[in-house]
Design a protein around this ligand. Structure first.
Ligand code: MN
Length: 202
């Protein structure tokens, strides 16, 4: 089995003006395609791993042969994280949290605004390249965190339900060094239906 680059369910220009079409095209067809190709190349040498899902691979680094462990961490993480990123963004969908997620956000953070503030702080404050996340633990408790590089919360037992890529390749054409502006604008393109669905599946 090899992993396939997920197709977007919307066009490259669908998220404009928040994310421009050129950034989307390069990000999906070059960066995400690159992670996909690299994880597949690494796994080719290890047919014993070929039946494992990406989630399983990222949850069990300890069992991965040392020769490809870092590749799986970086490129497998890149493969998984970007698939989630495309999914949680959409031109349509609910513009605010729905269902039981609304209640959990209020219970955990006090309000949606407070969640956004904590999340944005993680996203803007992450030094260098990485991600910020809203994740759930096995008890469905929510937390906000950030990770370096392509590390994913899934490797530490959490399930990410919302994530923003803060590598410069995600925003530099449009926002240059102003990461905070990208993070601020990004809230307008979240599809909260998908986030809620992911939360329900935890
Ligand atoms: Mn990226």
């Amino acid at each position: 089995m090899s992993f396939e680059l997920p197709k977007l369910t919307y066009s490259y220009d669908a998220l404009e003006p928040v994310i421009d079409a050129k950034t989307m095209e390069i990000h999906h067809s070059k960066h995400h395609a690159g992670y996909t190709k690299s994880i597949n190349l690494a796994l080719e040498k290890h047919p014993e791993l070929e039946s494992l899902s990406i989630e399983k691979l990222l949850k069990s680094f300890g069992d991965i042969p040392e020769g490809i462990r870092i590749t799986v961490r970086n490129n497998g993480g890149g493969y998984y994280n970007h698939a989630l990123y495309w999914e949680v963004m959409a031109p349509g969908g609910a513009k605010n949290p729905t269902g039981g997620l609304t209640k959990m956000i209020e219970q955990t953070f006090g309000s949606l605004d407070e969640l956004k503030e904590q999340f944005s702080k993680e996203a803007v404050g992450r030094f260098g390249s990485g991600w910020a996340w809203l994740a759930s633990d096995a008890n469905k408790d929510l937390e906000v965190l950030s990770t370096p590089n392509q590390d994913s919360p899934i490797s530490t037992g959490l399930t990410p339900i919302l994530g923003i890529d803060v590598w410069e390749h995600a925003y530099y054409l449009n926002y240059q060094d102003k990461r905070a502006n990208y993070v601020k604008a990004w809230w307008d393109i979240i599809n909260w239906d998908v986030v809620y669905q992911k939360y329900q599946e935890v």
